[in-house]
Ligand binder design. Sequence first.
Ligand code: AMP
Ligand code: ZN
Length: 113
Amino acid sequence: MDGCIFCKIAEKKLDSQIVHEDSEVIAFEDMNPQAPVHILIVPKKHIIDLLHLSSTDEGLIGKIHSVAKRIAKERKIEKGFRIICNCGEEAGESVGHLHFHLLGGRRLEWPPG
Ligand code: AMP
Ligand code: ZN
């Protein structure tokens, strides 16, 4: 999708610190980390957000969580981590390409702000 920064990252037209890549999913360091580990896990396909997920793409969500599990183990944050998907402006969504934040490496408060 033209003008989408996460599509550009997936197409390697924009630099990022990639931590995982396969045919469907890319994961890279968030440029404005909110925790010692803050990685974005993103489907390569341009899906705007969860409200725009079609049933044929449901498998991607499971795959993204498997990638998150693998990275959490690699980064040794099994003691506590969180996967967040902001959907909609009021939830803080600022990039209109579906993405999941993997956060860990510090105590995470509840409820989130
Ligand atoms: P959200 O607010 O849930 O839409 O999350 C968007 C996230 O993308 C924010 O945490 C930003 O710091 C991050 N971000 C935006 N542009 C880039 C980029 N070029 N490389 C890495 N992270 C980015
Ligand atoms: Zn996109």
